[in-house]
Design a protein around this ligand. Structure first.
Ligand SMILES: Cc1cc2nc3c(=O)[nH]c(=O)nc-3n(C[C@H](O)[C@H](O)[C@H](O)COP(=O)(O)OP(=O)(O)OC[C@H]3O[C@@H](n4cnc5c(N)ncnc54)[C@H](O)[C@@H]3O)c2cc1C
Length: 375
């Protein structure tokens, strides 16, 4: 074990950031600052159920935990906004600059509304409760809702709403329509059978799909069908068109690519940072998938590689490439989920619905998310 008081600054206390910070103090004993813009850890993959729960605030209680209660006191937790990062230090809005020997950027991505918690000025769990209470009311007030994008997040949100409003949809009092630019839902990492099961399930609840139709947003936030120029008629339109990387403000030239993603190599080191001291992991990077399931192995690899770098060794470990076929399931409310497991030779196997309902849909990870927050 290394006993060293070099300073590592970790920005972002999601699964990747909070876990790597803990490994760095528990296994390596570095001085670690963890900078978070929120006082709590929340589990993004649990968020869709907040829109389909009798009291959204109670669901938020199930998917959040105050950071102070999961982090050891040896981590210096700072709740603040980053105003700049340069080659030597991190500058904060309300605290002194922090010089670093190594830096980890783990600030995630912005996922589409209505599930992604847009910051409403309150850094406490109450702020998140208010956010989902507002979104739930907004959805309840809208009788005809359009979603743009049938990726897994859009489908999971629609699945929750189809479960909640199934009777109203059947009676014709509400409608949910999903527009998708491609000819089929999801991406090519999901198998044909899963796509059909998801489509059939949602259509049986009255959800309508419109494929091969690209919708763009105009300056008023309305949805316009690109080919025809027609406006989508709906009380509310949500663009569930995928995550956008969310790096903190910085003045490190070449850190991000054209899509604002921090460019990393297989050792999770930022390629563009000339000082060699910057690492990154999770949704903020250009790693090919945005999945929390890799946070546990990658936070171990990342801590090891930071230690190797700080101690002048070159025994860096490589983060593995994701399999071509997705591992996991898409849940459609508490009683339905479809998914697959990559396997050698066959590519993937389709998992039984009952298994996926048990491990994912029923509780949407509220029974296990602490494993992703705490080491
Ligand atoms: C609806 C939904 C369902 C999902 N389901 C699954 C699933 O079934 N399986 C799976 O593997 N993955 C799933 N994912 C993806 C998974 O949630 C993400 O890949 C994971 O959360 C990424 O972790 P992260 O630590 O990179 O980012 P995040 O979890 O987004 O954490 C980033 C943290 O950084 C903070 N932050 C942001 N900017 C700053 C800043 N400037 N300064 C300080 N702090 C900052 C944020 O507040 C946040 O706490 C799902 C995602 C969604 C939206």
């Amino acid at each position: 074990m290394t006993v060293d008081k070099k300073t590592v600054v970790v920005i972002g206390a999601g699964s990747y950031g909070s876990r790597v910070a803990q490994h760095l103090v528990k296994s390596y004993k570095y001085k670690v600052y963890l900078i978070s813009n929120l006082e709590y850890f929340y589990f993004l993959a649990s968020t869709p159920r907040a829109l389909n729960y009798d009291t959204p605030s109670d669901w938020v209680d199930k998917m959040t935990v105050p950071l102070k209660s999961v982090l050891p006191e040896t981590i210096d937790l700072i709740i603040d906004d980053v105003v700049d990062i340069d080659d030597t230090k991190v500058s904060l809005k309300g605290h002194e600059d922090i010089p670093y020997d190594a830096l980890v950027i783990a600030t995630g991505a912005k996922w589409p509304s209505p599930v992604f918690p847009e910051f409403n000025g309150d850094r406490t769990i109450k702020g998140l409760q208010d956010y989902y209470e507002d979104r739930t009311q907004e959805i309840d007030d809208a009788k005809h809702i359009a979603f743009v994008g049938a990726g897994f997040v859009g489908l999971e949100v629609v699945g929750e709403l189809a479960h909640k409003y199934k009777d109203d949809i059947k009676k014709g009092e509400r409608s949910i329509t999903i527009y998708h630019a491609n000819k089929d839902l999801l991406d090519s990492s999901f198998g044909e059978k899963i796509r059909r099961n998801i489509q059939n399930d949602l259509e049986s609840s009255g959800v309508k799909f419109v494929f091969d139709t690209k919708v763009i947003s105009n300056e008023k936030g309305e949805g316009i069908i690109e080919k025809s120029g027609d406006k989508i008629v709906a009380d509310k339109i949500y663009f569930t068109t995928g995550p956008v990387a969310n790096p903190p403000s910085n003045s490190i030239a070449g850190l991000v690519d054209g899509r604002n993603q921090v460019k990393i190599d297989s050792t999770l080191r930022a390629i563009g940072a000339e000082n060699g001291k910057v690492f990154a992991a999770g949704d903020v990077t250009d790693w090919p998938r945005r999945l929390v399931q890799y946070a546990i192995p990658f936070s171990v690899i990342l801590a090891h590689n930071i230690d190797a770098f700080l101690q002048g060794r070159n025994n860096f470990e490589k983060a593995f490439e994701p399999p071509a076929w997705a591992k996991g399931g898409v849940s459609l409310g508490p009683n339905s989920a479809y998914g697959q497991l990559p396997v050698p030779i066959l590519g993937y196997i389709t998992l039984p619905k009952s298994v996926l309902v048990k491990v994912k849909a029923k509780n949407l990870f509220t029974d296990k998310f602490l494993d992703f927050a705490k080491v």
